[in-house]
Write a protein that binds this ligand. Structure first.
Ligand code: KDG
Ligand code: MG
Length: 402
């Protein structure tokens, strides 16, 4: 079998998505997600200019060799843009493999270890009352695990809390807009939020929280310690993960479970974190972490150290990634949880999905391969629109992590 062609489809049904479609001489094609929020065209160009010409004529069955061609073989390696491109190639090749063999992806990865995938949604309140109301609605929808984010008094716009009750979408039209941040106000308020949510909804639901990289290690240690009585499922990205040793400070002081790495793109971002057991969940998703081939190895490595998976699954990851992640989640023994933020209804005009949510869990059907298709005619109705993630400054103007 040979790859005959490949193309990049960029579409914006409510938000931008980049999809790689690889064609073969057997009339079968595969799809891979190549969406990197706010940097869509950088990945598309890397694929179009550098990867696709190399792919043509290669045997798509050789997923392992082709992965190493684009990672080990390429001198300038790692980084979000190139790893997202590798992910898309890898995902599309596994999709082809499943279609050729007539079997769903999960069978190729080791078969089902479970029938359904525990997912968490986002509950974002502008203030505490709004949050309590929204969490109640998520519980009515059947969610068993909920990420809790709240507006903070004195901070004009807090991460995760959409303005005007719109669906969550951190990328804004055009160039990046600036947000502002005050860690001391945040640290004072968040423990009260969790106290209230536990008081109203009890201890049976799993609660999660995303700090979104905004504490120093010692601030994060204080937060993790103060949240201990509320038994979080996890505290996510308590610090920017680039300094792996920083997590030691948090770990020494608290038993609150830690998840990290939605912005990571290689196993080498995790080595100290995993081998020293400084974290409990890996967040790096298939779409940004080198695809299925690499994440199978990262998950196996993590499992040796009793670290579980908890893949990123925000709306800026396309339905192709979501479906591939669900197959993966069904298989690996050390699956922990999967993030699930439903896409806007309009996304279904372009992507035909094979998964659904029931009572706290997601399931995928038995369509061969990844099981998601793209309607290219429909995708043309939604041309690319430039959008950027915000940047963040402390209240005195200092540039900070977003
Ligand atoms: O593109 C950035 C978003 O995906 C990110 O901000 C969402 O942190 C996020 C999460 O945990 O879903
Ligand atoms: Mg996050």
């Amino acid at each position: 079998m040979k790859i005959t062609d490949a193309k990049v489809i960029i579409t914006c049904p409510g938000r931008n998505f980049v999809t790689l479609k690889i064609y073969t001489d057997q009339g079968i094609y595969g799809l891979g997600d190549a969406t990197l929020n706010g940097m869509e065209l950088a990945v598309a160009t890397y694929l179009q200019e550098y990867c696709i010409p190399i792919l043509i004529g290669k045997d798509p069955s050789n997923t392992e060799d082709l992965w190493h061609y684009f990672y080990r073989g390429v001198y300038w390696k790692r980084g979000s843009v190139s790893m997202t491109a590798i992910s898309a190639i890898d995902m599309a090749l596994w999709d082809i493999k499943g279609k050729v063999l007539g079997t769903p992806l999960y069978n190729l990865l080791g078969g089902k270890s479970r029938d359904k995938v525990l997912v968490y949604c986002h509950s974002n309140g502008t203030d505490l009352n709004d949050l309590i109301e929204k969490t109640g609605k998520d519980l009515e929808r059947g969610f068993k695990a909920i990420r809790i984010q709240s507006g903070i008094p004195g901070i004009s716009h807090t991460y995760g809390v959409p303005k005007d009750n719109k669906p969550y979408e951190p990328a804004g039209k055009g160039l990046p807009h600036e947000e502002s941040w005050d860690t001391s106000k945040y640290l004072k308020y968040i423990p009260k939020v969790f106290e209230k949510v536990r008081e109203v909804y009890g201890t049976d639901i799993h609660l999660l929280h995303d700090v979104h990289h905004r504490c120093t290690p010692v601030e994060a240690a204080r937060l993790a310690k103060e949240l201990e009585p509320f038994h979080l499922f996890w505290l996510e990205d308590p610090v920017s993960g680039e300094l792996q040793e920083g997590l030691r400070i948090i770990r020494k002081q608290s038993s609150t479970p830690i998840a990290i790495g939605e912005v990571f793109n290689s196993v080498y971002d995790y080595t100290t974190l995993v081998t020293e057991q400084l974290i409990d969940y890996i967040r790096m998703p298939l779409v940004h972490g080198g695809g299925i081939t690499h994440l199978l190895k990262v998950a196996a490595f993590a499992s040796i150290y009793h670290v579980n998976t908890g893949f990123h699954g925000a709306t800026d990851l396309s339905p192709v990634n979501m479906a591939a992640a669900l197959h993966f989640d069904l298989v690996v023994n050390n699956f922990g949880i999967q993030e699930y933020m439903p896409h806007q209804e309009i996304v279904n005009e372009v992507f035909k999905v094979n998964y659904n949510f029931t009572n706290g869990y997601m399931v995928v059907d038995d369509t061969p391969g990844i099981g998601v298709d793209i309607d290219e005619k429909a995708s043309e109705k939604f041309p690319y629109e430039k959008a950027s993630l915000p940047v963040n400054r402390k209240t005195d103007g200092t540039m900070f992590y977003w």
